[in-house]
Design a protein around this ligand. Structure first.
Ligand code: KIV
Length: 274
């Protein structure tokens, strides 16, 4: 069973930490079977699973449904639940209440974006309540409107130092690891070297302690938008499309269902029907 301690152990031993997203029961089962170190029920599910325009729309109650499904599929995995936009920003009580919903739904930890005085207080209160927190710095999608779009962060030495200072505050506050999203690989490597806790990169190069990507992206299942940092390991969109087309053809031509996929009525009963 993986815990927050496993993350630190992996970093200290020099072994890379492998994380992926999951939003449903059967994907979670596969990730657990593959021995993935941590599963994130990311708010990216707003777009990928629900077709929303962005992550702003999804609520904590909606996220909870997906956390429940994933935790049922990956009972022995370390599951992190993303806290969606405005589900923790109003006050500490609101943040704690929504964080506790994620834990009750089966998550082992939560993820919070950004680092300011308020977030640091919330992290402290979560930890006092027994809720581990994964930080998230660099490009933070929930601040996209104030950042001004999908922009690479930490593009200068000064900006990199600023992100490092925030990461060090998150470390001091007790985060067990921090996600570094969308930044030059040298910046992420510099931040990683100056932290004790692990960094989990996404679009941040190979110098982080581990990596995370959206599973549907690497499987080629979600095709609305593919970021530059995604490597595709499959083309599930085409696999699914071809299979659906074959099924459609079989039904139209009367090939499916065949006797193999059908149940038979006893001869005597058939005769009665006649
Ligand atoms: O929502 C998400 O999937 C994320 C990424 C870090 C993968 O936050």
């Amino acid at each position: 069973m993986k815990t927050v301690k496993s993350f630190q152990k992996l970093k200290d031993s020099g072994e890379k930490i492998v994380m992926l997203t999951a939003y449903d029961y059967s994907t979670a089962q596969v990730l657990e079977e593959a021995g993935i170190d941590g599963i994130l029920v990311g708010d990216s599910l707003a777009m990928v699973a629900l077709g929303y325009r962005d992550t702003y729309i999804i609520t904590a109650d909606e996220m909870q449904v997906f956390v429940k499904a994933v935790s049922k599929g990956a009972k022995n995995s370390f599951i992190v639940a993303d806290m969606p936009f405005m589900s923790y920003n109003i006050n500490v009580e609101q943040g704690l209440e929504n964080a506790s919903k994620m834990i009750k739904a089966g998550a082992s930890a939560i993820k919070l974006e950004g680092c300011n005085k308020y977030i640091l207080t919330l992290i402290q209160r979560c930890l006092e309540s027994g809720i581990p927190v994964l930080g998230h710095l660099g490009f933070t999608p929930q601040l996209m409107n104030t950042i001004g779009g999908h922009k690479i962060q930490g593009k200068t030495a000064e900006m990199t130092e600023e992100i490092l200072a925030s990461a060090q505050k998150l470390e001091k506050a007790g985060c067990f690891a921090v996600v570094l999203e969308l930044m030059p690989k040298e910046s992420a490597e510099y931040i990683t070297k100056n932290l004790s806790i692990p960094t989990i990169g996404i679009g941040a190069g190979a110098g982080c302690s581990g990596q995370i990507v959206v599973t549907d992206d690497i499987l080629g299942k979600y095709t609305d938008f593919t970021p530059k940092f995604v490597k595709k390991y499959a083309n599930l969109h085409d696999v699914v499309l071809n299979s659906v087309n074959e099924y459609k053809k079989d039904v139209k031509e009367g090939i499916f269902p065949s006797d193999n996929e059908s149940f038979e009525l006893d001869i005597e009963e058939q005769e009665k029907l006649c």
